[in-house]
Design a protein around this ligand. Structure first.
Ligand SMILES: Nc1nc(=O)c2c([nH]1)NC[C@@H]1CN(c3ccc(C(=O)N[C@@H](CCC(=O)O)C(=O)O)cc3)CN21
Ligand SMILES: CC(C)C(=O)C(=O)O
Ligand SMILES: [Mg+2]
Length: 262
């Protein structure tokens, strides 16, 4: 497999081909995920839940993200390596740039940040400094305390707000959009109007790519899982085989199904 870059993802969108993303938190997982041909590895701040045992991503620090990003980078093959900016790292322009520098120097090739149009100046500054950006919209888990729980976002009038936020962030230089837990109809509308690829989780099938938390799609999560999760270990003997099944299912449109969307 050739090295995946933002140009590869743009080309796949232009050709109407789906691409794939999964989280990884350590070198071994990064090896499995990249060897299966997953296009984008996300070092997600969901590590706060699945590794650290917190009930949200709020406690995760920049130092935690740097540690896991460096481990994932060592195990990665050809996947594009994206890392989350954690809670409050984007509070100021200065903190955004400093945290992004640390993640990029640990081996990330793109950073992801949660938020809306107020992040446009930060994205412009990152673009000028050569840092590709994915803007995460909709259910942004770092705001769980502000939302009052993990709730579907972008319903009714908030849908138009989300589309306008996306436009502003793309105009500022965002290279990718990621939407979580929004109505599938809204995600489809966004996919149509967006010049950059749109990755979805709980956003239906009509987007350019899908992402899941690795532990969720391997059925490793002890608690209740969200509606958008499918356990790919149910039909596989090994984690590597389950990851390959997920990759195929996303590319050929078998995942997600209507039961996984809102
Ligand atoms: N293991 C894991 N998987 C994830 O997908 C994930 C994390 N951890 N940690 C960070 C955030 C938290 N996320 C979550 C957590 C819960 C729901 C959830 O329960 N959603 C409801 C929707 C409720 C509604 O209808 O408004 C669901 O039924 O899926 C969604 C996203 C996604 N991220
Ligand atoms: C759920 C995905 C999109 C994420 O941000 C994470 O794993 O932290
Ligand atoms: Mg995250």
């Amino acid at each position: 497999m050739a090295k995946i870059t933002i140009r590869t993802l743009q080309k796949m969108k232009a050709e109407g081909r789906k691409f794939t993303s999964l989280t990884a938190y350590d070198a071994t997982q990064a090896h499995w995920v990249s060897a299966a041909g997953i296009d984008v590895i996300l070092v997600g701040d969901s590590l706060g839940n699945v590794i650290q045992g917190h009930d949200s991503t709020v406690p995760v620090t920049v130092a935690d993200m740097v540690y896991h990003t460096a481990a994932v980078a060592r195990g990665n093959g050809d996947s594009l390596l994206m890392a989350d900016l954690p809670f409050m790292a984007t509070a100021t322009l200065e903190s955004t740039l400093d945290a992004s520098r640390q993640l990029m120097q640990a081996g990330a090739e793109m950073v992801k940040l949660e938020g809306a149009r107020w992040l446009a100046p930060a994205i412009e500054q990152l673009a000028r400094n050569g840092v590709p950006v994915c803007a995460h919209l909709g259910l942004t888990p770092q705001s769980v305390n502000k939302f009052g729980g993990y709730r579907v976002q972008g319903k009714d009038d908030a849908g138009l707000q989300l589309l306008e936020d996306a436009d502003a962030l793309v105009a500022a230089g965002a290279d990718l959009l990621l939407v979580e837990c929004i109505p599938a109809t809204l995600a489809a509308e966004l996919q149509k109007r967006s010049p950059v690829p749109v990755i979805g989780i709980g956003a239906g099938a009509d987007v350019d790519a899908q992402v899941l938390v690795l532990y969720d799609m391997l059925g490793l999560n002890p608690g209740r899982t969200a509606r958008f999760v499918r356990d790919f270990m149910a039909d596989a003997d090994t984690p590597q085989a389950a990851i390959a099944l997920y990759d195929q299912a996303v590319r050929n449109g078998d995942f997600p199904q209507p039961e996984h969307q809102f």
